[in-house]
Design a protein around this ligand. Structure first.
Ligand code: PNS
Length: 160
């Protein structure tokens, strides 16, 4: 069975990677899909940069690949015969955010969303918070894969 892990991934965190690894253990094939979120302003990384950071992060997972999509998520899942979405849930805030999207996606196309509870080590990590900490010179090591930490730090050192 094929699953999609959709998200902005600007950039991928250790929490995302943990979800990809756990999804890869449950599904035959997993597509990590960089998807447009119209509610988020333009990101730190371009879509091509996010994909390249993701590709390096999942290189050890033989049944995981990276793709991108700029339209409705359900158009992608229907076109690629994907019947499962997989997402991580850190807290009740994530649940409130994810529930309507999961129900809307199911109504539009029948695709089901499977939620994995975030490992307690990663419960407080978000791409947004990591970027904010890095922007002001804080230590983000261990929160993102090492090559992603380097890429974020390089972006903010270029900006200074
Ligand atoms: O990582 P994010 O930004 O929380 O992920 C949200 C995302 C990208 C999965 C969501 O915005 C999405 O599915 N965007 C694609 C457009 C779409 O299908 N919107 C309707 C969602 S019900």
């Amino acid at each position: 069975m094929k699953a999609v892990c959709p998200g902005s991934f600007d950039p991928v965190t250790m929490g995302h990677l943990d979800i990809f690894e756990r999804a890869a253990a449950q599904f035959d094939e997993v597509i990590v899909l960089v998807t447009a979120n119209p509610n988020k302003k333009s990101g730190l990384f371009s879509v091509a940069e996010r994909m390249s950071l993701l590709e390096e992060a999942v290189a050890h997972l033989g049944n995981v690949r990276v793709d991108n999509w700029g339209g409705l998520l359900v158009e992608y899942t229907t076109a690629h015969k994907v019947t499962a979405l997989v997402k991580g849930l850190r807290s009740s805030l994530d649940y409130e955010y994810e529930l309507p999207m999961a129900q809307m996606n199911r109504r539009l196309s029948g695709v089901d969303t499977f939620f994995l509870l975030t490992d307690e080590k990663y419960g407080y990590i978000s791409s947004t918070l990591c970027k904010e900490v890095a922007r002001y010179g804080g230590d983000i090591s261990g929160l993102l894969p090492p090559h992603v930490v380097e890429a974020v730090e390089a972006k903010y050192s270029q900006a200074q």
